[in-house]
Each structure stands twice: as C-alpha cells, then as structure tokens.
Design a protein around this ligand. Structure first.
Ligand code: ADP
Ligand code: MG
Length: 363
C-alpha cells in the first residue's frame, strides 16, 4: 500500500513539532525516518497511524493510503501493524496467544476459523524461529525474542502498513543486528509497506530502501542510502550521517592557515570550514609543500576491518578521527604519542547552504 502525505503539519500548543511536510512512500517500500531526538519522527509516524491528528488550520493536510483518503479514518480502520520500542506484549498471555490476539478479537464475520488462526500464528512463529517457544510467557524470553514476538503479532492481521518506532532501541548491538535481518526478511517475504523510526544512522542506512532525514520538524532530505551518504544536500545531513572532522581556518592567496597548520586550497580569501570523513584522512610521516597538518596519535582502536585512530593537535578545536588500513597501520608502526602528518584525500564544504555541497579531491 502506498502512503502519500500532503501538507501535514503539527503543533502541540505553540510548539511546532512538524512543519508542513509532503512525503510519498511507495508500495512495498521500507522507509526509515532518521533524525535526532525531538526532530518530529514519532509525531510523523503517529500521524500516519492515526494516533495523532495533524493540524487542521491554516489548511488541513491529507493522508492517502493507495487511493483511499484516510485523513479522517480511525486508527483501527487503517489496517496498520505497530511495533514499539518497549515490547508491549501482554504479560499474562503466552507467545502463541500474543501473536493470535489481533485475529481472535476480530468481528466474527471477518475472523478466520480457529484452524486458520493456528496455522497463521505458527507460520509467523516459524518465520521468526520461535515456534518452539509458543507456550512461554513474555517474561521467559530475552529482549530480542520478545521483539520478534512483537513483529509476528503485528504481522498476524496482515496489515497493509507496518509502523515501527525505534523498535530495536532498547536492545544490545548484536541482537539489534539480528532483528534488522528479521525485519528485512519478513518485509521481503510478506510484502507490506513499512515506515520505521530510528535515531541510529547505521540502522537507517542498512535497512531502508529510502531514508527520510529529519531535523527540527523538517524533512531535510529523502534519498536512497548511498545517495544520501555520497550526496548530502546540506551540512546537517552530512554531519548526521557519520563521523566528521573539522578543519577551520583563514584562506589567503589559496592557502588555508590554522595555527601552525596549512593546506593549499583552491578557494577565495576568507574564513573557511572544511569537513572530512575519517576515511578521507590519510596519514604520513612527512609533510609536503602544499599540506602541513601536524598531528599526534592519542588513541588507537584496531578492532574491525580498519584501525580507528584519534588525532590531536594545537590547531584542532576537537580531535580528528581517521580510519587506516591495517597494512598502513603496520607500515607506519603507529603508536600512541607518535607525531604524524594528516593529508585530506578529499574534503567537503557547505559554505552556501543554497548550493549543493562542494567537494574537492586533494593530491
Ligand atoms: P522524535 O520522535 O524525533 O524524538 P517527537 O516527534 O517525539 O520527536 O517530538 C517532536 C517535538 O514535539 C518535540 O519538541 C517534542 O517535545 C514535541 N512533542 C511531542 N509530543 C508532544 C506532546 N504530546 N505534547 C507536547 N509536545 C510534544
Ligand atoms: Mg520518538
């Protein structure tokens, strides 16, 4: 089921929680609403659900599910499944009864037969690999298992739309990773449209077909994860999507200077702030005529595919983070306290927000 939001805004008293937004979610899409706390994600999700009313003035917005205008349709008639952060399972009901709940409370003429309910519940429990725990109670399950039950329960009524609000937020990193895989798999097997809220960039980028980046009740950008990461529309999106190193200084005759550091750049005179991702910082033992950025290694984390190195310098207001290949790490025999020189492979600049981001490759 496609979802179309037209001119949807929300005030709580005088607080503007959501500026008028327009959003088209395609049938079968998995869309992530990503933004910092307070950016309006939950409000937008609750309006889609019908748990919250959008502003009616100055003009009422519209919500369409497919061709159906659901703006004034009650939540219970919108055919929506929900999963929230705190696994709101019924504590006094078994896993089986929790998943079956939405089906057993259906009006008699719509309710499947008890045989069909049983088959559907077991099919869902099988999909989330919990069929052997059907008789357990929520308190006898781990957090990750409870959230899988929540997913199965939400899907039992075959919703057109599944809405999830920080569904994995309360779980540890490893379990979160597993649950993302569950959601992805269920989504592609059962073919529903989902919108999930997260403040975790990695989760949004990994899981979503498209990500809606929000800040201060505004949609900043809507794009596929790779487009978003490689072509952020503004500084907020760039900074929110990953670690960022800042290089601030004054440009004079195409040389940016900051304390005893300098870098040749093809930019007009004036103050500048260049932004670099950790993988855009190269480290070497010597400076060059065009790049002199002395740094000291202050922390090293060799865990993972690359080594994460923290760098400090007098000319830096905040430490830099560089990711270095293990081979380079060994070649440079990196250690804490070592003096090295940083080289930007590339930098980004958002001097004029009206313009697209500028990027420069540095030799
Ligand atoms: P997010 O989910 O991105 O953290 P929310 O949508 O919950 O953000 O909140 C957006 C803004 O609206 C915040 O400033 C929040 O304080 C405000 N807000 C949310 N719900 C209410 C409410 N029921 N009453 C008053 N203000 C609210
Ligand atoms: Mg929220």
């Amino acid at each position: 089921m496609s979802i179309r939001l037209q001119n949807i805004a929300k005030h709580f008293g005088k607080t503007l929680a959501l500026e008028p937004v327009n959003l088209d979610i395609h049938e079968g899409e998995l869309v992530g609403l990503l933004g910092p706390s307070g950016s309006g994600k939950t409000t937008l999700l609750r309006i889609i659900a019908g748990l919250e009313n959008a502003d009616r003035s100055p003009e009422p917005g519209r919500i369409l599910f497919g061709d159906r205008d659901v703006s004034n349709v009650h939540v219970r008639d919108r055919r929506i499944g929900f999963v929230f952060q705190h696994y709101a399972l019924f504590r006094h009901m078994s896993v089986y009864d929790n998943v079956a709940f939405g089906l057993t409370v259906m009006a008699k003429k719509e309710r499947p037969s008890s045989g069909e309910i049983r088959a559907r519940v077991f099919r869902l429990l099988e999909m989330v690999q919990l069929e052997h725990l059907a008789k357990r109670y929520p308190a006898q399950l781990s957090g990750g298992q409870q959230q899988r039950v929540s997913l199965a329960r939400a899907l039992a009524v075959k919703p057109d739309v599944l809405l999830l609000d920080e569904p994995f937020g309360a779980l540890d990193a490893k379990v979160r990773q597993d649950l993302r895989r569950w959601l992805r798999r269920l989504h592609s097997e059962l073919n529903f449209t989902s919108v999930f809220v997260t403040h975790d960039q990695e989760e949004a980028l990994e899981l979503s077909d498209r990500v809606v980046v929000m800040s201060n009740g505004r949609i900043e950008q809507i794009d596929a994860p790779d487009t978003l990461y490689h072509s952020p529309k503004n500084r907020f999106v760039f900074e929110f999507l990953g670690d960022v190193n800042h290089l601030e200084g004054n440009v004079n005759n195409a040389v940016l200077t900051c304390g005893d550091a300098y870098l040749h750049v093809d930019l007009p005179n004036g103050t500048e702030e260049l932004l670099l991702r950790p993988h855009e910082v190269r480290l070497a033992e010597q400076p060059s005529d065009t790049c002199h950025l002395p740094v000291v290694v202050t922390a090293i984390s060799p865990v993972g595919a690359e080594v994460r190195v923290e760098l400090e310098a007098d000319w830096l207001a905040k430490p830099w983070l560089a990711t270095v290949r293990h081979a380079d790490f060994e070649r440079l025999q990196m250690r804490r306290g070592q003096h090295l020189y940083a080289y930007p492979r590339q930098w980004h600049r958002f001097k004029d927000e009206a313009l697209a981001a500028e990027r420069s490759r540095v030799v």
